[in-house]
Ligand binder design. Structure first.
Ligand code: NAP
Length: 822
């Protein structure tokens, strides 16, 4: 027998239920099946809201009528015509009971856990009836089964504990003589008096495992809306992939640290009876998903998955008097347990001088109060210091059972974090080495996950030049940035220019004639004879690199994204949109996650920041991560090539400096805050840094110089600052992207560095050269940074962004290596 469990997202609409019925039918064709269902998607939340409304004395009837209508409509579409009225009448019986219970709650002005369990049970009682009816309509003999008659619990309403023995007996007895496919309500149970209880949110998985264990099932399939368990959170690590197999222990560890694919208690009955759990995606029934068993089946990786808890707080108890003092840990954990405060992670130095605990931020104040009061006497005697609290932290867990057999995993994890200047605030490692947990600053969470993931899993960036390159279009190909792009793409290993476009002035002419070519290398032969297209033209190439003037970029790029192209833009038009990544691949690769919320079917827009912003932010990023940034003052001296073609007139600039560049100062200030901001649900939470910019045009051909003063949140020495700059490496370096510099930041100790003519071409124009770091009497430190404005600041920077977006499969149809090869 197989147990198939379907969650709410698999049952969100009548159409989804039809898909579920197909999955069940095909399983039934292979042998006996029992089905467990959650409430229809969103119904449990609606019921929780209705009970709160009723308890608050407000009108709940309309909300309930809406839930009822939804189920009636579903009955109409799912049940056979002969059965519709009968099913509707059974549904109404549930709603009659719901109405009475909510009326009671509104009269007494409260909804007790006991009442709430009855209210919530309605969701599963409704969905199971409808799924059973839908199966019957398609010819499968199916029956609705109310789990309250089978699953016995105590009276801990809301999170009841299962009486395993009684439940196993009832289940075996019930299923012994049943031939019809049972559609069982998940999540709900009953106590010894028959009163309704629930098994905790996500409890339907648990119901399925209980059935599996009692009936000796071949496996329990949990059908959800994701491709099984992923190697990391795909919202943070774009190339995360589905794990084909895991052990129970590995899944337990990953679930504890954030991978909420299966309700953790589910694993206990499955493991005890050696029942495999298979996690599958009801949106992709052909995909095999993740199989969880006792065995550790290697997939060639010692590390199996990386998960994280977004926000934790750290409490540190320390003091000279703790050394050798027995019972401290017992009292510490005892006082937290007495207040029901869960500890996520514990770390203790062997000197016994300090103990460190991670807890949820919601518990931190109470935990601090309780611990301080528990150790009041010791504090008075100066033996123990007051508890130190650190907030805004994340936990990263690196999990894999085979890790214990391979030396050096922890070393590799720490060295990859060190290479990127990510500071580890606390470490915990089980003696089994199944899990290494690290606490890092919350703003480093995504980069830490990505760095570790890239260090242990395949690197899509490794390429072979013989493969057919990705057809690419360059918009604004005749201008200053466009010409740079065309020249750089001549021998690019991944991308090949097949289309160029520009203004009406150039359209229809061969590129050789339209472009006033002024690059130091000849026009690439493969592009010279291409006819320049007008920007309104439809394009063949899926990848579009845009160097268009902002006047036309906004509309043109949007049209192309709508038509399914991946557009990498240099213009300001879309940079500050909430759903558009403003990308510097070394700084904020995780912001590519914003693309998921763009309204384009298969297409996307990502943007390159302003050329001065790029140099500045590259210099700031390692400081922001290591020491925190409070304020930045920047004065720029910008090259004439930044003004596009034909450029600034010689009369204006020779023997002169122009202390104004329209819109530039505002761009530097706002873009920096966005790029250094944090990716959150629904957008970017901008970095709270005060920034002041002053911009000047100077008589330099290429290379923007920026004099920067910074105020740091935490103290740092000049040597420490230089160390984080020189050690800075990130996703483009790990992925070995073709345009990535080996060293994104170069610190030059000469008194007279950096200078545009000497340093702008460092690392082929992709490095920021920094010099003259010294104390600042107003802020903390000042320095000078120099970057190439049309290479790092525009053409090559946007190539690097395109390479990262392709390597991370931001638009799934554009990938490298092509067709998933390699
Ligand atoms: P540019 O030299 O003036 O080139 C502009 C390009 O856009 C040319 O190909 C031009 O075609 C085309 N274009 C202009 N008006 C058009 C219209 N109405 N319809 C269609 N095409 C039109 O400018 P750029 O310096 O290369 O800058 C390009 C973009 O990159 C701008 O958005 C700029 O802000 C941004 N950017 C530049 C730098 C830099 O250092 N230069 C750095 C970062 C970002 P024609 O040749 O046919 O007129």
């Amino acid at each position: 027998m197989k147990i198939l469990k379907f969650g709410g997202s698999s049952l969100a609409t009548a159409e989804r239920v039809h898909n579920v019925v197909e999955i069940i039918e095909s399983a039934v064709a292979d042998g006996p099946v029992a089905v467990v269902v959650s409430a229809f998607g969103g119904v449990t939340d609606d019921l929780i809201a209705a009970s709160a409304t009723a308890a608050g004395g407000d009108r709940y009837e309309d909300a309930v009528a809406e839930i009822r209508d939804r189920h009636h409509t579903a009955a109409q579409s799912l049940a056979s015509s002969g059965e519709i009225e009968k099913v509707k009448s059974s549904i109404d019986t549930v709603f009659d009971e719901l109405g009475k219970v909510l009326h009671g709650a509104s009269l007494v002005g409260e909804c007790t856990p006991r009442t709430r369990d009855v209210v919530l049970s309605c969701g599963e009682r409704l969905s199971a009836q409808l799924v059973a009816a839908a199966l019957r309509r398609k010819g499968t003999t199916a029956e609705f089964c109310d789990a309250r008659r089978l699953i016995a619990t105590d009276r801990d309403f809301g999170n009841a504990r299962v009486d395993m023995e009684t439940t196993a007996e009832k289940l075996s007895e019930f299923f012994a003589d049943r031939t019809a496919t049972q559609v069982v309500t998940g999540f709900i149970a009953a106590d010894e008096h028959g009163e309704t209880t629930t098994l905790g949110r996500g409890g339907s998985d648990y119901t399925a495992a209980l059935l599996g264990a009692a009936l000796g099932a071949d496996c329990v399939e949990i059908w959800t809306d994701v491709d099984g368990v992923m190697s990391a959170d795909p919202r943070l690590v774009a190339d995360a992939f589905s794990l084909p197999n895991l052990s129970y222990d590995e899944l337990m560890e990953l679930s504890h640290f954030g991978a909420k694919v299966v309700y953790p208690p589910t694993l206990h009955p499955a493991r005890t009876h050696s029942i495999p759990i298979v996690i599958r995606n009801s949106f992709k029934p052909g995909f095999t998903g993740t199989r969880v068993t006792e065995q550790v089946l290697g997939n060639g990786n010692q590390v199996r998955g990386i998960s994280s808890i977004d926000e934790v707080a750290l409490l540190r108890l320390e003091g000279d008097g703790m050394v050798g003092l027995p019972g401290i840990a017992q009292r510490l954990f005892g006082v937290l347990a007495s207040k029901n405060i869960s500890i996520i992670l514990i770390s203790q130095a062997s000197s016994e001088h300090s103990i460190c605990l991670a807890v949820a931020p919601s518990s931190v104040d109470e935990a601090q109060r309780e611990i301080d009061s528990e150790f009041e006497l010791e504090r008075g005697a100066g033996l123990i210091d007051p508890v130190v609290v650190e907030t805004d932290l994340s936990v990263i867990a690196v999990v894999g059972e085979a890790m214990c057999r391979i030396p050096g995993i922890a070393g590799k994890v720490f060295s990859v974090l060190g290479q990127n200047g990510i500071n580890v605030r606390a470490i915990a490692q089980g003696s089994s080495e199944l899990n290494i947990s690290l606490v890092v600053g919350r703003r480093n969470q995504a980069s830490a996950l990505m760095a570790i993931h890239n260090a242990f899993f395949a690197k899509p960036g490794r390429v072979e030049i013989e493969r057919q390159r990705i057809p690419t279009a360059v918009l604004g190909a005749t201008g200053s940035v466009g010409q740079r792009m065309v020249s750089l793409l001549a021998d690019h290993p991944w991308f090949e220019v097949v289309e160029v476009s520009a203004s009406q002035r150039s359209a229809g002419r061969p590129y050789r004639d339209a472009a006033r070519w002024f690059q130091s290398t000849p026009i690439p032969e493969s592009v010279a004879e291409l006819e320049v297209l007008p920007v309104e033209a439809d394009l063949e190439a899926r990848l579009v690199l845009s160097a268009l003037d902002a006047d036309v970029a906004g509309e043109t790029e949007e049209r192309l994204a709508r038509a399914g192209h991946l557009v990498v833009s240099n213009a300001k038009s879309h940079r500050m949109r909430d759903d558009v990544p403003l990308l510097i691949p070394e700084v904020n690769p995780d912001h590519l996650g914003l693309v998921a919320s763009q309204p384009y079917d298969g297409g996307a827009i990502i943007t390159n920041p302003n050329c001065s912003t790029i140099g500045l932010v590259l210099a700031l990023k390692p400081l922001h991560d290591a020491f925190g940034l409070e304020a930045v003052n920047v004065v720029t001296m910008q090259a004439v090539s930044g003004a596009g073609l034909p450029g600034v007139s010689s009369v204006e600039i020779v023997d002169n400096l122009v202390p104004f560049i329209g819109g530039e100062e505002e761009k530097i200030e706002s873009e920096t805050r966005k790029i250094l901001g944090r990716l959150e649900q629904g957008g970017i939470a901008e970095a709270g840094i005060t920034i002041s910019a002053q911009c000047n045009r100077v008589a330099v051909l290429d290379g923007h110089t920026e004099c920067v003063s910074v105020k740091l949140e935490r103290p740092a020495t000049a040597d420490e600052i230089i160390e984080v700059w020189e050690g800075f490496r990130a996703a483009p370096q790990w992925l070995e992207l073709p345009s990535a510099p080996a060293r994104p930041i170069i610190y030059d100790r000469a008194d007279t560095s950096p200078q545009p003519r000497l340093h702008r071409d460092s690392e082929s124009g992709m490095a920021v050269t920094i010099g003259r770091l010294r104390p600042c009497p107003l802020f903390d430190f000042k320095f000078v940074a120099l970057s190439h404005n049309t290479l790092r600041g525009a053409a090559k920077g946007s190539l690097l962004s395109a390479e990262l977006a392709v390597a991370q499969r931001v638009v799934p149809s554009i990938e490298w290596p092509p067709n998933g090869s390699g």
